[in-house]
Design a protein around this ligand. Structure first.
Ligand code: ADP
Ligand code: MG
Length: 263
């Protein structure tokens, strides 16, 4: 069943057309990653799909009464504001204490319920944001660069969590990333975006697609191989890995990716 679709979608800001001719659909329970360089229109596409950004042309169709758990790319939380994790989850609306505990358990951060938001590590924060998006068990999650700022181990752990969430809740997940490796193998489908859809398909197909390689300036090195390598070694991924011990890896990350800023 299709939850959400866009046909011939275009978005312009003033004179600039940021998205054009985008056809996109996501079905129930699917994990789809939108991949593209900074400024390629990924966040704009998500916002248009949700209805936060008016398209200049095209059609968007949502399943009736579709609820979407959305984590925007930038979430401003005033570090001076005293706010516990539990309170943060209670803010959006009527939720019970049991709902909050359940959501935090789903993302394995229930032990952080009384902690201050401002004191969380990057990995903990991403899990708390995911827990918040899970409240009310929406059939569709939209996560805009959820692993921004995490290292590859942290990223791999987060994508594992996403797969778990899909398995337990059946939610479809639409994720955005400008990063390459880890993303791919967790996804059923990858959509490469650069103002328009350059290519789409399974991670295996995409990693070999010339459009994808051109988009990220990749040579012949396999990015999927890198992820599989990480996966093979059974590190303890269940804890935070964003506190500075970067995994040493024989394969250098592609320069294009290292240069990519966080847009
Ligand atoms: N509200 C806005 N007004 C004007 N330009 C915008 C607005 N939002 C995004 N843009 C521009 O649209 C382009 C795509 O932005 P965005 O969707 O955020 O890209 P991405 O998420 O892929 O990095 C960028 O050039 C950005 O500067
Ligand atoms: Mg963005």
């Amino acid at each position: 069943m299709t939850l959400l679709s866009a046909t011939g979608l275009a978005v312009r800001f003033g004179e600039t057309e940021v998205l054009s001719g985008v056809n996109f659909a996501i079905g129930a329970g699917e994990i789809v990653t939108i991949l593209g360089p900074n400024g390629s229109g990924k966040s704009t596409l998500l916002r248009a799909l949700i209805g936060l950004q008016r398209p200049s042309s095209g059609r968007i169709e949502r399943a009736p009464d579709l609820r979407i758990g959305y984590v925007p790319q930038k979430l401003q939380i005033d570090p001076a504001l005293p706010l516990t994790v539990r309170r943060f989850l209670a803010l959006p609306g009527p939720v019970t204490a049991a709902d909050i505990t359940g959501a935090l358990e789903r993302t394995a951060v229930d032990h952080l319920a009384r902690r201050q938001m401002a004191g969380l590590s990057g990995g903990q924060m991403q899990r708390v944001l995911l827990a918040r998006a899970l409240l009310g068990t929406p059939p569709l999650l939209m996560l805009d660069e959820p692993t921004q700022g995490l290292d590859q181990i942290g990223e791999a752990a987060f994508y594992r969590l996403i797969e778990e969430v899909r398995a337990t809740t059946g939610a479809a997940v639409l994720m955005v990333s400008h990063d390459l490796h880890v993303v791919m193998s967790a996804s059923d489908r990858v959509v490469c975006l650069n103002g328009h859809v350059c290519c789409e398909g399974t991670p295996e197909v995409i990693s070999e697609a010339p459009e994808y390689r051109a988009l990220f300036g990749l040579g012949t090195g396999g990015t999927l191989a890198l992820y599989r390598h990480l996966h093979d070694h059974d590190h303890d991924h269940d804890h935070d890995h964003d506190h500075g011990h970067r995994h040493r890896h024989p394969h250098r990350r592609p320069a294009a990716e290292e240069d990519a800023g966080h847009g």
